[in-house]
Design a protein around this ligand. Structure first.
Ligand SMILES: *Cc1c(COP(=O)(O)O)cnc(C)c1O
Length: 222
């Protein structure tokens, strides 16, 4: 199937209000343009250089989401291009993104990444860690970032019960944060979870953004 057909196949299954992030990492800009021509406007990249190289070559109404682990020395490379950084995994990174956004007079949406998977290699705040940080006021008084919700990845496993439990934990943590700490922030509304292999489960557990690469663009060549 073509990229356009893949996108249509996915979007027609998404409940109303759930948005598709086309994860275009490792794919050349011609393939992204094809997705754009099919109507796709949100793209996700996980490497700073790659995002900074692609964004200037593609239409300006694309919303670029950064979804990978972001090193502090790469923040400056992506802040001019990114609408949303989904992968805020430390307080220091959050402060730095706010500072860089202020420096170039931009406003950036961010999602707080939660670590719910078994793999230690995946990054993000532990659930208790994020609730403590919220209690300490870590997410208040940020001039140039809007905290728009949470993001997570499930464990890479065939055990769908496990994946479902992890997505449920993300959903519950989102609700606690929203009701206790972001009650006066109407922008705190996104739950980004679900990839090619598990997005159906993620949607059942409240995802508002799904991040899909392989099922749109095919396998990546690393
Ligand atoms: C690569 C990636 C995806 C997309 O994965 P697919 O399995 O190709 O759909 C989603 N989220 C993150 C954080 C990724 O790095």
């Amino acid at each position: 199937m073509s990229i356009a057909q893949n996108i249509e196949h996915i979007t027609k299954q998404l409940p109303q209000g759930v948005k598709l992030v086309a994860v275009s990492k490792f794919h050349p800009i011609e393939r992204l343009q094809e997705a754009y021509d099919a109507g796709q406007r949100i793209f996700g990249e996980n490497r700073a250089q790659e995002l900074a190289a692609k964004a200037p070559k593609l239409p300006t109404d694309i919303e670029w989401h950064f979804i990978g682990h972001l090193q502090k020395n790469k923040v400056r490379m992506i802040t001019p291009w990114t609408s949303t950084i989904q992968s805020i995994d430390s307080k220091e990174l959050l402060q730095l993104v706010n500072k860089e956004a202020a420096r170039i007079n931009r406003h950036i949406n961010v999602l707080l990444q939660l670590h719910v998977a078994k793999e230690q290699t995946k990054s993000g705040f532990a659930v208790d860690e994020i609730l403590t940080a919220a209690n300490e006021g870590t997410f208040n008084n940020l001039s140039n970032v809007t905290i728009a919700g949470v993001m997570a990845m499930a464990t890479f496993t065939d055990d769908i019960e496990q994946v479902a439990r992890e997505f449920e934990l993300v959903h519950n943590t989102f609700l606690t944060l929203r009701d206790k700490h972001f009650a006066d922030n109407p922008n705190f509304k996104e739950i980004s979870m679900g990839m090619s292999d598990d997005w159906h489960i993620a949607v059942q557990h409240g995802a508002t953004l799904v991040r899909i690469g392989t099922d749109i663009f095919g396998a990546r060549e690393y």
